[in-house]
Design a protein around this ligand. Structure first.
Ligand code: MN
Ligand code: MN
Length: 319
């Protein structure tokens, strides 16, 4: 029996700027039933320590994702032909209650995973990845490929606050959700609070690839190493838009100069290949700081890159 997959609105019939916006112009559905991949918005930035605004990310990424077409021009993957994909809307969040939002995000992602779908989330600040990891964990420690200017493994902020967008991966390691020896962080740069800031992560076994090393070795060598680090086990991919240089992605809360070009970011995701992805996200797009929507476009395009990669894996598993 051939399955019917959801299809984007045909841009040859309805122009890209018309109609309601949804991720990739796909139907917005109630839940992840029968989906292979669920595109989900998480409009919450209550973990932000500096410039807020990523709560507006999902709406603007939806808007810019109307520019995505049906096929990947390099890999030839046509995600909507090989996988059932839809926009499942935004998760319920509470802008003034951090713990309630974390619980709600975890429950929302769990509902997607329980239907057998892979969640591709759009944030939101980087703290949203912690409840996502809690939901996709399912008893097996995960590997992590983390693109970011920041390690996000600090301990606490403003006194004893353990939950901010600067701490999610420390908490995830402490909670046993991640296998630190299968974590690789790529693109880390910028000033730090103290010289030993990354020592804790390294002591756990996290591999930190600073931007300077990336520039020296290039995308192929770095991603080949990342693939070795995560190996064949279940792996999550998280893409902080501030890994891209602020000249190309200014709309973010904690910009750091000296970042990836959008082209390097695309190339790296394409090189990930057949790692066993259990979910992915694009976070920290903050439209209030954007210029001409270029950051939201970068976010939407990285979401398309991730979608094509995951769709290729879904198709491969079905064969
Ligand atoms: Mn981050
Ligand atoms: Mn960052």
């Amino acid at each position: 029996m051939t399955r019917e997959f959801h299809q984007p609105v045909d841009a040859a019939k309805v122009p890209r700027f018309a109609g309601h916006s949804s991720f990739m112009r796909l139907p917005v559905v109630e839940n992840a039933k029968d989906l292979d991949i669920a595109l989900v918005g998480i409009p919450w930035d209550g973990g932000t320590t500096n410039r807020a605004g990523a709560r507006h990310g999902p709406r603007e990424v939806r808007n810019q994702s109307s520019l995505m077409r049906r096929a990947h021009h390099v890999t030839g993957i046509q995600p909507f032909s090989v996988a059932n994909v839809a926009d499942v809307g935004d998760l319920a969040v509470n802008p003034i209650d951090l713990q309630a939002s974390l619980a709600s995000i975890e429950a929302g992602i769990r509902a997607i995973v329980d239907e057998g779908a892979i969640p591709l989330s759009v944030g939101g600040d980087h703290l949203i990845t912690l409840p996502i990891l809690r939901a996709v964990f399912r008893g097996r420690k995960l590997g992590l490929i983390h693109f970011d200017a920041h390690s996000d493994t600090n301990d606490r902020y403003f006194g004893d606050n353990l939950y901010t967008h600067g701490t999610p991966f420390r908490r995830a390691i402490e909670e046993g959700l991640l296998d630190p020896s299968r974590i690789v962080q790529i693109g880390i740069r910028g000033s730090i609070y103290e010289t030993g800031e990354h020592d804790w992560a390294r002591a756990q076994g996290v591999r930190i690839i600073y931007m300077e090393e990336f520039v020296q070795r290039g995308a192929e060598a770095v991603i080949e190493e990342a693939r070795q680090i995560v190996g064949g086990g279940p792996t999550y991919v998280t893409f902080d838009i501030d890994s891209i240089d602020p000249s190309m992605a200014p709309g973010t809360g904690t910009p750091e100069i000296g970042g990836f070009t959008t082209r390097e970011a695309q190339q790296m995701v394409r090189l990930l290949g057949d790692i066993a992805i259990v979910g992915a996200d694009v976070v920290e797009v903050a439209p209030p700081f954007d210029v001409g929507n270029v950051t939201a476009l970068a976010g939407a395009t990285m979401l398309f890159e991730l979608l094509c990669m995951v769709a290729g894996q879904v198709a491969g598993r079905r064969l």
